[in-house]
Design a protein around this ligand. Structure first.
Ligand SMILES: [Cu+2]
Length: 135
């Protein structure tokens, strides 16, 4: 299932603002702490209203990373990785609370953002930095 495309324009605008304003500070994003993970593995991320835990990811390497998203909330959530142009590069489907679904992200080294594209969840806190480092 794809995120509703009608939700994309406000999300893209938000993402652009986030990238413009959040580029160089050392401020942690909302939600849980950053976690470093090796690519080529599976990482569990917990989604809730309205945060991810970990709230920020640093991926070492450019092999595919499988994200196992545990929806611990009551609402539907997803986790999508977008680039600086707001392009969707992969992630999990949108699914209801209480379930777990996996998705894969495979991107080159760079700075990305992980967001929930449901409604205004990203603006409410479901967004964090997703950094990929070559190794
Ligand atoms: Cu959400």
């Amino acid at each position: 299932m794809r995120p509703d495309p009608r939700l994309a324009p406000p999300l893209l605008a938000f993402a652009a603002v986030a990238l413009l304003t959040g580029g160089c500070g050392g401020e942690p994003s909302t939600g849980g702490p950053a976690q470093t993970v090796a690519s080529g593995t599976t990482l569990e991320v917990i989604a809730d209203e309205y945060s991810y835990d970990p709230g920020e990811l640093i991926v070492e390497g450019t092999e595919p990373l499988t994200i196992e998203l545990v929806n611990a909330g009551a609402l539907a959530h997803n986790l999508r990785v977008i680039d600086g142009n707001g392009q969707d590069l992969g992630g999990t489907p949108t699914f209801q609370g209480g379930l777990t679904r996996s998705g894969t992200v495979e991107v080159g080294a760079g700075d990305y953002t992980m967001v929930c594209t449901v409604g205004d969840h990203a603006a409410l806190g479901m967004e964090g930095r997703f950094t990929v480092r070559a190794r």
